[in-house]
Design a protein around this ligand. Structure first.
Ligand SMILES: [Fe+2]
Length: 159
């Protein structure tokens, strides 16, 4: 696991290089689009383009640390804490918030899960660092029941 300070440095680097990668992002006119900007064993950096109305299910990030930063527009985030011990599932809504450019989150473990949406009328853009990379992630309902395990897919790979 790379240090949090290192993740901040990575986010700052890709914010600074925004003009290089932003014009290359696919911008589907529905939902959200995931583009990988770079990847190594320790982490990967994704740019997500959110068309108005885009909405993720409640999801984890495998066992990975997840740092997010809104670059443009605003995102509505619901954060949950989920535990499963001896077959008993507990799910708690930790926070609902609206994140603007410059704001973000850090989810530190598989217990911390979230859903993200862009319900406004403007497009939004965000950076995501996952450490280490993950290949599958869980999708949940509001009771904490795991509905499925989905593969992590990219709409484009730039690095
Ligand atoms: Fe996420």
């Amino acid at each position: 696991m790379i240090a949090e300070i290192e993740i901040e440095r990575i986010v700052a680097e890709y914010l600074e290089r925004r003009r290089e990668w932003e014009p290359l992002l696919p911008r589907r006119r529905t939902g959200y689009t995931r583009t990988r900007l770079t990847a190594c064993d320790a982490y990967e950096v994704l740019a997500l383009f959110w068309f108005p109305g885009a909405l993720t299910p409640i999801h984890d990030h495998g066992e990975s640390y997840c740092a997010t930063r809104v670059v443009a527009g605003e995102l509505h985030v619901a954060r949950y804490e989920r535990t499963e011990e001896a077959g008993t599932i507990a799910m708690r809504l930790v926070e609902r918030c609206i994140q603007h450019a410059g704001e973000g989150d850090a989810l530190q473990s598989a217990r911390e899960i979230h859903s993200v949406a862009n319900p406004g009328s403007r497009e939004a853009l965000s950076l995501h660092v996952y450490a280490p990379r993950f290949t599958t992630f869980g999708i949940y309902d509001e009771s904490g029941a795991r509905l499925s395990l989905a593969p992590s897919r990219y709409d484009a790979i730039l690095g």
